[in-house]
Design a protein around this ligand. Structure first.
Ligand code: NAD
Ligand code: 0WE
Length: 262
């Protein structure tokens, strides 16, 4: 293994625990020579996240509600300070909708539920990009996480699917806006993985097992596989790639119907 991110400074949003995709990416980035700051949501997670941050000698470990402009300002100010004003990458691995909106019908989503999912899960990428830009004078890479429910109806994903569709469209507009400054913006569309965000979703275990049956590789993916793809997109290896959604899903998304045993 090489040091794909040697000398780079990065900020990772969305670490909740050791199962978080954000954690797998932070750990992999650190292993590949990056200095990685982490941000987490709310004081409740501090006890979980601080020891993880210590493991990768994070120069920064700060709370941030991405739905709060002042909190984002404070977080990027802390990053500017910790990294002497130079940031090379940002990872956006944050999503939220009201639990009730993931149980019923999309048709029944309230105006407030729709606004919340869009704000936290989609708008926040633009809010981060705008704040990262002045710290990325030498260029940079922004990465977000999305899901197939943005492209096709996944029962129960509901308002999150609509928010992920907005996230994916938004990433393309950001890539166009920030490209001239040498800042790339991409997403990984991950297959289903058992994390905190998936816990308590009714039928998730069954979904995982079906995904593994449908996918060409006949299995699901794990956090480490998403992190390896993230290393590529964050590194100079991907210097020609922007505005892209890379599927890391064992191929599940290419299937038009389940395989027929012959
Ligand atoms: P996770 O629960 O570990 O991560 C989600 C994170 O979002 C948590 O750290 C949570 O604290 C954070 N968050 C929620 N509201 C926030 C707010 N207002 N401000 C700041 N942070 C907030 O679960 P995960 O599966 O690692 O999810 C990370 C990303 O990956 C999400 O965008 C998710 O949609 C995406 N994703 C997950 C899967 C999957 O099956 N697990 C598949 C594809 C994409
Ligand atoms: O993006 C997600 C889930 C994001 C998420 C999860 C929760 C659970 C707890 C957003 N908001 C909340 N709010 C809560 O209160 N995934 C890609 C994982 C996921 O969620 C599903 C899936 C998959 C896959 C929901 C229904 C169907 C499939």
């Amino acid at each position: 293994m090489t040091d794909l991110l040697a000398g780079k400074n990065g900020l990772v949003f969305g670490v909740a625990n050791h199962r978080s995709i954000a954690w797998a990416i932070a750990e992999a980035a650190h292993r590949h020579g990056a200095r990685v700051g982490v941000s987490y949501f709310g004081a409740r997670l501090e006890r979980r996240v601080k020891p993880l941050a210590a493991q990768i000698e994070a120069p920064l470990c700060v709370p941030c509600d991405v739905g709060d402009d002042a909190a984002l300002d404070a977080c990027f100010a802390a990053a500017a300070e910790a990294f002497d004003g130079r940031l090379d990458f940002v990872v956006h691995a944050v999503a939220f909708a009201d639990r009730d909106d993931l149980l019923g019908r999309f048709a029944d989503t309230s105006r407030a539920g729709h606004a919340l999912a869009m704000d936290v899960s989609a708008y926040s990428l633009a809010a981060m990009a705008r704040r990262a830009e002045p710290l990325m004078a030498a260029g940079g890479s922004l990465l977000t996480l999305t899901y197939y429910g943005a492209e096709k109806v996944v029962p129960g994903y509901n308002v999150m699917g609509v928010a992920k569709a907005a996230l994916e469209a938004g990433l393309r507009y950001l890539a166009a806006d920030l490209g001239p400054a040498g800042i790339r913006v991409n997403a990984i569309s991950a297959g289903p993985i058992k994390t905190l965000a998936a816990a308590g979703i009714p039928g998730f275990r069954r979904m995982l097992s079906e995904a593994g049956d449908i996918a060409p590789l006949r299995r699901t993916v794990d956090q480490a596989e998403v992190a390896d793809a993230a290393l590529f997109l964050l590194s100079d290896m991907a210097r020609g790639v922007t505005g892209e959604v890379l599927h890391v899903d064992a191929g599940q998304n290419i299937m038009g119907c389940p395989p027929v045993p012959r």
